[in-house]
Design a binder for this molecule. Structure first.
Ligand SMILES: *Cc1c(COP(=O)(O)O)cnc(C)c1O
Length: 226
């Protein structure tokens, strides 16, 4: 069986070192456990190790796992189709992957029904890869203005992903560019826009992400696989 405890200790050590290198505080970084395809037993090991916020990339899987664990905060981190919002709206702490007005308005509509203000992140496609979701950097201001009119969402920051297998220099450039935008937007004081979270960095690049300003890292395989 995979030693989840050891994996988490190892990840935490690496987080600590990345924080030391970049003058950041370990307690400012949220280590999100990404549990897609992972079973209950291994997830319980992570919870025992103090991982209390979990991320799923598919709404159905989040819905199925939700009743299995108490006291966990759930994040939807993958692409979300408008017609699937209903499965998760009452279960999510944070939705990381909003980049169309259609989705924002549906989240707003369903959140309103249950008297919730749903925190969301805007997904940004910095690298411009065709296969990736997210808005392009030059559309951000307009998009924020467009979706800020929905009262039952709270725009809480940005999420981005580096291209798979890109080398470190490229990954760092992407994360740095995202962080610069995050800082820039936070100075603009748009209505209903709060730059609280910057979600970037996965198993292979979370240290770079921390050094470049992430405060949520999303780690799956390094936590739950060998
Ligand atoms: C799967 C996934 C992750 C975690 O990826 P690992 O490389 O396994 O750490 C992070 N973010 C999103 C959006 C994912 O789908």
């Amino acid at each position: 069986m995979v030693d989840v405890k050891k994996n988490i200790q190892n990840i935490r050590q690496r987080i600590r070192e990345a924080c030391e290198r970049s003058g950041r505080k370990e307690e400012d970084i949220l280590l999100l456990g990404v549990t897609k395809t992972i079973g209950q037993e291994l997830i319980n090991c992570a919870i025992e190790e103090g991982i209390c916020e979990l991320g799923e990339n598919r709404p159905q899987e989040l819905k199925e796992k939700y009743p299995m664990f108490d006291g966990v905060k759930w994040h939807l981190i993958g692409h979300l189709q408008t017609n699937k919002v209903k499965y998760i709206i009452d279960k999510t702490e944070l939705i990381h992957s909003v980049y169309t007005e259609k989705l924002a308005s549906e989240i707003d509509r369903l959140a309103k029904k249950i008297d919730k203000v749903q925190k969301i992140l805007v997904e940004v496609n910095i690298s411009g890869e065709e296969s990736k979701g997210g808005i392009s950097p030059d559309e951000i201001d307009e998009f924020l203005k467009t979706i800020s009119k929905y009262p039952n969402i709270r725009i809480s920051g940005f999420m981005t992903m580096a291209p798979l297998g890109a080398d470190e220099v490229v990954v760092r450039q992407i994360f740095r560019k995202m962080h610069n935008i995050y800082v820039d937007i936070s100075t603009k004081k748009y209505d209903n826009v709060y730059m609280e979270y910057l979600s970037m960095g996965m198993s292979n690049d979370f240290e770079i992400a921390i050094e470049e300003g992430a405060n949520i890292i999303r780690v799956g395989s390094k936590m739950f696989k060998i």
